[in-house]
Design a protein around this ligand. Structure first.
Ligand SMILES: Nc1ncnc2c1ncn2[C@@H]1O[C@H](COP(=O)(O)OP(=O)(O)OP(=O)(O)O)[C@@H](O)[C@H]1O
Length: 263
């Protein structure tokens, strides 16, 4: 393997599911490299394999084939604590204890660093405060999570990921329950955080119109394969024009947006 600067890379990776009876490949021939400060959107139709890919890249499920490298070390040779210090995850509908206060929930991001009784050091407290400042939610610190709106909760989960102090944050559909304004807010926030903190942020999304102008790269998942390029490259090479059946929506190359076809 050639050593490089990438935070996470994969070569000839296949992802999918294995049971006693069969092996089902969902996406194959994946060769990718994620770098510092990049905002990467993972896009594709329902069921194309975005979540399967993100779960595999974050070590939650084993690859069917190929290798994943985290800081140039094979992911399978890292223990869960080492992975938690390198990758933080924000998954859709992940169970969280809403009886915690915002500050307590964000403190859970420090688990890979705290001792066995979970006592927070000064460094942990500083990281929690900084994460709340970066997301702009200091005034929510003492609220209970059950008191939050979906948009506020999403911001808290992003702050928890930041408190984990990892080089890579992976989010699966971070805007799924949000209104139009808050979808734009969260994606703008991710873009700002990638640039200001140098964290590589990878997120699966159906908000392609919002992701297009913000992302440095788009990982397009289609028909069991991926294409990993800049948005401009995808547009120039007409990759977006065939992403969906063209009877209802089409990609407008002038506005660089998907539009609903009028009758
Ligand atoms: N635990 C599982 N066991 C077997 N197959 C699964 C499992 N989870 C998902 N799949 C299958 O893998 C394929 C890809 O699913 P996945 O959830 O990764 O797609 P997705 O692109 O994230 O979809 P969506 O946009 O709807 O969230 C689907 O055909 C799905 O049925």
């Amino acid at each position: 393997m050639i050593k490089n600067k990438s935070i996470l890379s994969a070569s000839n990776l296949s992802v999918g599911y294995r049971s006693k009876q069969a092996e089902t490949t969902i996406v194959s021939d994946i060769s990718i490299s994620f770098n510092k400060g990049e905002l990467i959107g993972v896009i594709g139709v329902n069921g194309s394999g975005k979540s399967t890919l993100l779960r595999t890249l974050s070590g939650l499920q084993p690859p069917l084939k190929g290798d994943i490298y985290l800081d140039n070390t094979a992911l399978q040779h890292k223990n869960p604590k080492e992975i938690a210090k390198a990758i933080s995850l924000v998954l859709t509908d992940q169970p969280i204890s809403k009886n915690l206060t915002v500050k307590e929930l964000i403190a859970l991001g420090r688990q890979p660093y705290t001792n066995w009784i979970g006592k927070l050091s000064n460094e942990d407290k500083t990281a929690i405060k900084k994460a709340m400042q970066l997301v702009g939610i200091e005034e929510l610190a003492d609220k209970f999570c059950y008191e939050l709106s979906d948009g506020q909760l999403q911001n808290v989960l992003i702050a928890r990921a930041l408190a984990q102090d990892t080089k890579l944050i992976i989010l699966d559909e971070p805007t799924s329950h949000l209104d139009m304004y808050h979808k734009a807010y969260v994606l703008q926030l991710l873009s700002k955080l990638a640039k200001t903190t140098g964290t590589c942020i990878v997120f699966a999304t159906h908000e392609i119109n919002l992701a297009l102008p913000l992302c440095d790269k788009l990982l397009l998942v289609k028909d069991g394969k991926v294409s990993f390029e800049t948005p401009e490259y995808h547009i120039t090479n007409k990759h977006l024009n065939t992403l969906f059946p063209e009877d209802l929506i089409s990609f407008n190359e002038t506005s660089k947006q998907f539009i609903i076809n009028s009758n």
